[in-house]
Design a protein around this ligand. Structure first.
Ligand SMILES: *Cc1c(COP(=O)(O)O)cnc(C)c1O
Length: 378
């Protein structure tokens, strides 16, 4: 269906088209100079030492755990209020996810106090997810990691350029992972990036990204090497130069787009902060955020009431979404048999409203008015 106000709109114009055509005409379309340029630009933008382009963020998360040596028998503490890939990636290396609740209805990120209570002798890592581009309490997480000798992976899919105390999200733990799926802040169709400041992880990730081969055809074409060995059981998780050339253009637009999103958020907050029946998560958040999404949480509600509200918004031409259903309640994760009261309430009562830089003032007002009308009549 064609929505009057979609959840998201691509920030694309002729610049992306031109970049793709140039790459096609260059005849080097797989991993090559564009991927390298995208990586360098991304690392610089985040003040990270290294960035490694990936086929998507799911493979980035997989290699984050693999390169850190997480394996069967290990436990990894994870939020459940996240996209399922965060948790699936723990399973890809044979480790066991240990689900942890979030802080509260205002702060939807993993709760460091609850993390500490879940640590066992098997715990090897913590994966955090910066929900909506709002930072996890990284000082507390890094302190726990230090005291218990744990690795930290940041699922920073929602937060390119978002900050925590002057540092970019994704650069605080051992490894940060980003996604360039179409509806993310940076869109390349499919795509992802790993960032790290550790040279050993750079080397290991590059090896695993490309079949465990000691050199790639791109390097051999440049004459840097003529042969290769295979020294690990690797994968093919590479990006390609067509997507990378789109990513380079998207990076140039990012800061400006995020500034526009901040204005959209401000207008939403102004219009909705006095609505008794809802909570606006991260309301008083002060740091720079990517504002990947704008969620509201219904008070004294349940999943049926939430779906009714969403249905009425849908009938008014407003597309909404849910970030997220609890991962621990999906069929394949039910066997872990955990209860996470805050995550469960949020999963059943949260609504994601339209959010993108080009959202017009009158459209935001239309959404605000629709919510007020629907909620006061519910
Ligand atoms: C989108 C997303 C992923 C997966 O990214 P892909 O690039 O689609 O594989 C993982 N975690 C979070 C939090 C995401 O939003």
């Amino acid at each position: 269906m064609q929505y009057k106000i979609p959840l998201f709109d691509l920030n694309f114009d002729e610049a992306e088209e031109k970049a793709v055509i140039e790459t096609l005409k260059s005849k080097w379309i797989s991993i090559g100079p564009k991927c390298e340029e995208f990586e360098n630009k991304f690392a610089k933008m985040l003040n990270a030492d290294f960035a490694i382009s990936m086929s998507n963020c799911t493979t980035a998360l997989h290699l984050a755990f693999a390169s850190l040596g997480i394996r069967e028998g290990d436990e990894v503490i994870t939020p459940s209020l996240t996209f399922v890939a965060t948790v699936n990636a723990i399973r890809y290396v044979g480790a066991t996810p240990v689900f942890c609740d979030i802080c509260n209805y205002e702060d939807l990120t993993i709760d460091p106090v609850k993390i500490e209570n879940l640590i066992t002798e098997k715990t090897k890592a913590i994966v955090v997810m910066h929900y909506g581009g709002f930072a996890v309490d990284m000082d507390a997480v890094m302190d726990i990691a230090k005291r218990y000798n744990l690795k930290v992976v940041e699922d920073a899919c929602h937060g390119p350029l978002s900050e925590y105390k002057g540092k970019k999200l994704g650069t605080i733990g051992d490894v940060g992972c980003f996604s360039f799926f179409s509806n993310k802040n940076i869109s390349t169709g499919e795509g992802g990036m790993i960032v790290t400041n550790r040279k050993d992880l750079l080397d290991k990730t590059k090896l695993l990204r490309s079949h465990g081969m000691t050199s790639m055809s791109y390097e051999r074409a440049k004459g840097h090497s003529t042969t290769y060995d295979v020294i690990e059981l690797g994968f093919n998780f590479r990006m390609d130069d067509i997507r990378a050339s789109i990513g380079i253009v998207q990076l140039d637009k990012l800061q400006n787009d995020l500034e526009k999103r901040a204005i959209v958020r401000e207008q939403y907050i102004k219009g909705l902060k006095d609505v008794e029946e809802i909570i606006i998560p991260f309301l008083n958040y002060k740091e720079f955020s990517s504002n990947y999404i704008f969620p509201i949480l219904l008070k004294n509600s349940n999943i049926n009431k939430r779906e009714e509200v969403r249905d009425k918004l849908h009938k008014k031409g407003i597309q909404t979404s849910v970030h997220y259903s609890s991962v621990h309640r999906y069929s394949i994760y039910k066997k872990y048999n955990v209860t996470l009261p805050i995550t469960e309430y949020v999963s059943e009562n949260i609504i994601t409203l339209p959010m993108f830089g080009k959202l017009k003032e009158q459209d935001i007002q239309y959404v605000i008015d629709a919510i007020k009308e629907i909620i006061s009549n519910n």
